[in-house]
Design a protein around this ligand. Structure first.
Ligand code: NAG
Ligand code: NAG
Ligand code: NAG
Length: 357
């Protein structure tokens, strides 16, 4: 069903592109030598058809953190749309983005009628356990923006394929064994990981950072700390499909082996090579895992096998400052609306999001 719809969409897109090509571009090329006037006519048509950049309005500013819109170009080479926080531009906006945590009720959403072409984007980076279901939200959005692979706009930190294999990796200097950075140990979803951590510390030393602060370590301390550890506890606060966050990207991009807890290994292996991390489920209990880590600590050859993937793939450090917490997803949304002109409606938003763990 999805497959046939995709094929249909592909055929339509190809058909339309070909049509536009013949309509505007082909005749001008064809006529340019024989009829300069006609050529001029067609090129002006082409120029008029060149759309101006679409406008993306950020309706509710995520956690009230504003970032510099030039950062889209600076960090992600994205400049295909204009961004604004100015609600007075609602009628002109091609898309409006709503940060789930900031929509307190439908009453806080635009009350004016929605322009025909305008798309509303539901933006959420929290896992289903941490996502409140607001009434009245079904059937009002056109696009979803999330870490889920089946969202319309996917915001994640992905391992990517290198253009050429290379062996340049140099292991950073290590003076810590196991590290963990955690801002909240006791929220509801965190009990499983906290229990595992406590069990683990009975058998191996774990250096903990960031405890008691709700903000992450500043950038200048985060990566050096990460690099100095042989292993890092990349424990998610809840287990949900595709919910593999920057906790995983930090160690992968730093040259540290992530130890993961969250979804089963299968889901992780959809996003990163299976030999790039250790999964808590690989062991019967924390004690067995601690023994394995101590063994790797004494055996460099075995430890280095966890970096073999780097010959072919690479992980990119993510932006750390609070100011840039929402930069990447917003830039991706901007890029998406500049390319996507499909009609779409999200019917059962929470049904989709809260299903299939
Ligand atoms: C940035 O994007 C432009 C146009 O999309 C492209 O031509 C250029 O090669 C990109 N630059 C980099 C550094 O990726
Ligand atoms: C928002 O846009 C309106 C309409 O273009 C403009 O008059 C107003 O000055 C803008 N406000 C800000 C804060 O930029
Ligand atoms: C967006 O969704 C709304 C409500 O579901 C729908 O009425 C509207 O036609 C959709 N617009 C586009 C451009 O997809």
């Amino acid at each position: 069903m999805t497959w046939s719809r995709n094929v249909l969409a592909a055929v339509l897109i190809l058909g339309c592109t070909t049509y536009v090509y013949f309509l505007y571009i082909q005749p001008s090329v064809h006529n340019c030598s024989s009829d300069g006037r006609l050529f001029a006519h067609y090129t002006s048509v082409v120029r008029e058809q060149t759309p101006k950049k679409p406008l993306l309005l950020i309706w509710a500013i995520p956690l009230n953190i504003k970032f510099d819109f030039n950062d889209c170009k600076k960090y992600y080479n994205i400049s295909s749309c204009d961004l604004t926080y100015n609600r007075s531009l609602y009628q002109q906006a091609d898309a409006v983005m709503f940060y789930q945590k900031n929509i307190r009720s439908v009453a806080h959403m635009p009350q004016e009628s929605r322009p025909q072409r305008q798309k509303w984007i539901w933006y959420n980076v929290e896992s289903p356990s941490n996502t409140l279901k607001l009434p009245g939200i079904n059937n009002i959005f056109n696009l979803t923006l999330s870490y889920r692979r089946d969202a319309d706009i996917i915001a994640r930190y992905d391992v990517v394929i290198k253009d050429e294999p290379d062996d340049h990796f140099v292991l950073p200097k290590k003076d810590r064994l196991v590290c963990w950075m955690v801002s909240n140990m006791w929220t509801a979803g965190s009990r499983v990981r906290t229990a595992y951590y406590k069990e683990l510390t009975k058998h191996i030393k774990v250096d903990v950072f960031g405890l008691g602060f709700s903000v992450p370590l500043p950038a200048e301390r985060y990566y050096p700390m990460m690099q100095s550890c042989k292993f890092y506890l990349a424990f998610e606060n809840s287990a949900h499909k595709d919910y593999i966050t920057e906790k995983m990207n930090g160690p992968l991009s730093s040259g540290t082996v992530p130890i993961v807890l969250g979804m089963p290994r299968d889901n992780y292996e959809e996003f990163m090579p299976g030999d790039s991390f250790i999964h808590v489920n690989d062991f019967p209990d924390a004690k067995a895992m601690a023994q394995y880590l101590l063994e790797l600590d004494k055996n460099d050859d075995k430890y280095m096998k966890y970096f073999a993937w780097r010959r072919f793939y690479t992980a990119t450090p993510h932006l750390l400052t609070t100011k840039n917490e929402f930069t990447q997803p917003t830039c991706l949304a901007c890029n998406h609306i500049s390319r996507d002109n499909r009609y779409s409606v999200v019917h059962n938003l929470y049904g989709w999001y809260h299903s299939s763990r």
